[in-house]
Structures are given as structure tokens and as C-alpha cells.
Write a protein that binds this ligand. Structure first.
Ligand SMILES: NC(=O)c1ccc[n+]([C@@H]2O[C@H](COP(=O)([O-])OP(=O)(O)OC[C@H]3O[C@@H](n4cnc5c(N)ncnc54)[C@H](OP(=O)(O)O)[C@@H]3O)[C@@H](O)[C@H]2O)c1
Length: 278
């Protein structure tokens, strides 16, 4: 399993697990919990959730999945921009801790930029860090100009990651954001790395590469997202079979020929593109 080093020296697995859209259907709950646990058993120990997902229900489901096995896990959750004030962030964090059933969040992210001044949210994050409620903080859906503004109010080394949309269909960040983060030594957390299970998985280019390696298109997409280091991908799997398939992608190394085939189907950006979001 590839690993990524955060600015504070902490090492995390490059492949984790997302949980958006989980806990939405009661009949799927047991399968979703089993999927998260199967992923953990195969090294996908970084788990991403958010207070927004299911209005807290995803955090509760993660809490249930990790109960009694917290050690060695790296739990990421996010504060909504509307809660990201000096006081609101602290209250939101307390609620997330309770739903997750843990006493410290490993990484707490601002879900996207809202109306609260960044300095205020950062101050709240630092208050939470000093109180031991979070181990570190980061941001999500920030473009280069947002990170530059963040750098005006705090030392960018304090920001552990920026979590953004990244997969072969959505690679605009390679033009400027990804290089900016590499230079700043800020890992990028790639969300929707398998294109939300949509058209990407039936792409002829990914299918061809997958066949060459006796792999699946989802595994190719994951190996592609992690091909250069400094990136953490967080696919969401709602079944044990998908969790195992995703974990097994770590055995796959793409060749120059594979990368070229994917570039031909999904050309890298040649100019600045607005940051894509879901
Ligand atoms: N910060 C943000 O604004 C933001 C935005 C979006 C997402 N995220 C985070 O990133 C995570 C991942 O993104 P995502 O959930 O949007 O999309 P994703 O991980 O790219 O795709 C998830 C979809 O792919 C399917 N899938 C999973 N493994 C598969 C496999 N091996 N083969 C075929 N299909 C497979 C899943 O189906 P099953 O459920 O049936 O397995 C699900 O429908 C989220 O869960 C969330 O934690 C963050």
C-alpha cells in the first residue's frame, strides 16, 4: 500500500474510504458497515465522512462500523461552511465527535468555502486542536486562489490537505492546483476517484488497460489517481465486494503505455479550468 506523509510527518495510507450516500437506506446499513469493515481489514484505514452526509447519519454509521476498533484508524470529517464560525465550528465538532463515538477527529476539514472569513474558521480549528478535539485540520474544494488567501491568514503548513474532485474525467487541477500543492507539500485528497461509478467505468480506454492487467476499470481509475504520489484517494464502496476490489487496486502499477492510453481518452488540461465540484 502506498502511503502519503502529511505536513506534520504523520503517514496515512494513500487509499482510504468515502462514505457519502451511506446510511440513506435502512436495508443497506448492514452491507455498508460490512463494506467499511472489510476495507479496514485490507488496509483502507482512512475513512472520510462529513456532518453534511445524511445530516449526520453517515457519521453515525461510521461510528458503528469503527466501534471497538478505533486504534490505527484515521478519521476525517468536515464542517459545513454555514457552521464554520468561531463558535459554530467548535459546536459542530462536538456533535461530530458524539456521532462518531470518538474523542478526537484525526483530520477536520472545511467542506467548502462559505461566507465566514477564513481567519475565523482557522482560529476555531486551532482552538479545537489545542483542546485535543482534532489532531489536524484541512480544507476541501479550495482552488489555488483560495489556498493563496488561506496562506495570507495562516501558515499553509498548518493545512494538512485539500480535498477536491479528481479522476480521469475531471483532471483540470493538474494544470495549477496539483503543482501548487506539490510545491507547498500539501497532499491532495481525491474525491469521487472512480467517477461515482458512472461512465468512467465503461470507458473503452479504462477497459483496455484493465484487461491488460487482469484488473477492473475501477481499479485502473484508483491506480491512476495515485500514480504520482502526494495524493490520497477515497472511493466509496457500499458492498464488501467493491471494498475488496478497491483495496486490491493497490497491487496494480500502471505502465507508461497505460498512462498514455488514458491521456489519449482524457487529455490533460492545457489551460486553467475552474475548479470542478460535486
Ligand atoms: N469534499 C467534497 O465535497 C466531496 C464531494 C464528493 C465526495 N466526497 C467524498 O469522496 C468519497 C468518494 O466519492 P463518491 O462517493 O462521490 O464517488 P466514488 O467513490 O468515485 O464512486 C462511488 C460509486 O462507485 C461505486 N463503486 C465503488 N467501488 C466500485 C467498484 N469497485 N466497481 C464498480 N463500482 C464501484 C459505488 O457503488 P456501491 O456503493 O454500490 O459500492 C458508488 O456508486 C465520498 O463518498 C465522500 O466521502 C467529498
Amino acid at each position: 500500500m502506498k502511503r502519503v506523509t502529511l505536513p506534520d510527518g504523520t503517514s496515512v495510507p494513500a487509499l482510504g474510504q468515502g462514505t457519502w450516500m451511506m446510511a440513506e437506506r435502512a436495508g443497506h446499513r448492514a452491507a455498508e458497515i460490512a463494506a467499511i469493515q472489510a476495507g479496514i481489514d485490507r488496509g483502507l484505514t482512512l475513512i472520510d465522512t462529513a456532518e453534511m452526509y445524511g445530516d449526520g447519519a453517515s457519521e453515525e454509521l461510521v461510528g458503528e462500523a469503527i466501534a471497538g476498533r478505533r486504534d490505527g484508524l484515521f478519521i476525517v470529517t468536515k464542517v459545513l461552511p454555514s457552521n464554520a464560525s468561531r463558535v459554530g465550528t467548535v459546536k459542530a465538532c462536538e456533535r461530530s465527535l458524539k456521532r462518531l463515538g470518538i474523542d478526537r477527529i484525526d483530520l477536520y476539514l472545511l467542506h467548502w468555502r462559505g461566507g465566514v472569513p477564513l481567519a475565523e474558521t482557522v482560529e476555531a480549528f486551532e482552538t479545537l486542536r489545542n483542546a485535543g478535539k482534532i489532531a489536524r485540520w484541512g480544507v476541501s474544494n479550495f482552488d489555488v486562489d483560495d489556498l493563496e488567501e488561506l496562506g495570507d491568514v495562516t501558515d499553509l503548513h498548518g493545512c494538512a490537505v485539500n480535498q477536491v474532485l479528481y479522476n480521469p474525467e475531471q483532471r483540470g487541477i493538474e494544470y495549477d492546483l496539483l503543482p501548487f500543492q506539490h510545491t507547498a507539500r500539501m497532499p491532495l485528497m481525491a474525491y469521487s476517484p472512480i467517477g461515482q461509478g458512472g461512465a468512467l467505468l465503461t470507458s473503452p480506454a479504462l477497459r483496455t488497460v484493465a484487461q491488460r492487467h487482469d484488473a477492473t476499470p475501477a481499479q485502473v481509475a484508483l491506480a491512476w489517481s495515485l500514480r504520482e504520489g502526494g495524493v490520497i484517494a477515497i472511493p466509496k464502496a457500499g458492498s464488501v465486494a467493491h471494498a475488496i476490489e478497491n483495496a486490491d487496486s493497490t497491487r496494480l502499477t500502471l505502465t507508461a503505455e497505460d498512462i498514455a492510453a488514458i491521456d489519449a481518452a482524457y487529455p490533460p488540461p492545457r489551460r486553467k479550468q475552474p475548479l470542478a465540484m460535486i
